[in-house]
Design a protein around this ligand. Structure first.
Ligand SMILES: [Zn+2]
Length: 51
């Protein structure tokens, strides 16, 4: 889990570190994972047939 800091903003305006491997903004990554997790939780809830 290596990060580096470019000092530049990402495409979403974060002044954040980047992952060395992907080059992705750390903050973008966090937000995307968080959204995905919420979507998954919602899908699980629906899949359980709460009526
Ligand atoms: Zn970002």
């Amino acid at each position: 889990m290596n990060k580096f800091y470019t000092g530049k903003q990402c495409k979403n305006g974060h002044k954040s570190e980047r992952w060395t491997l992907s080059g992705e903004c750390v903050q973008c990554n966090v937000e995307r994972v968080y959204r995905r997790r919420r979507e998954m939780a919602e899908m699980m809830r629906l899949a359980q047939g709460v009526s």
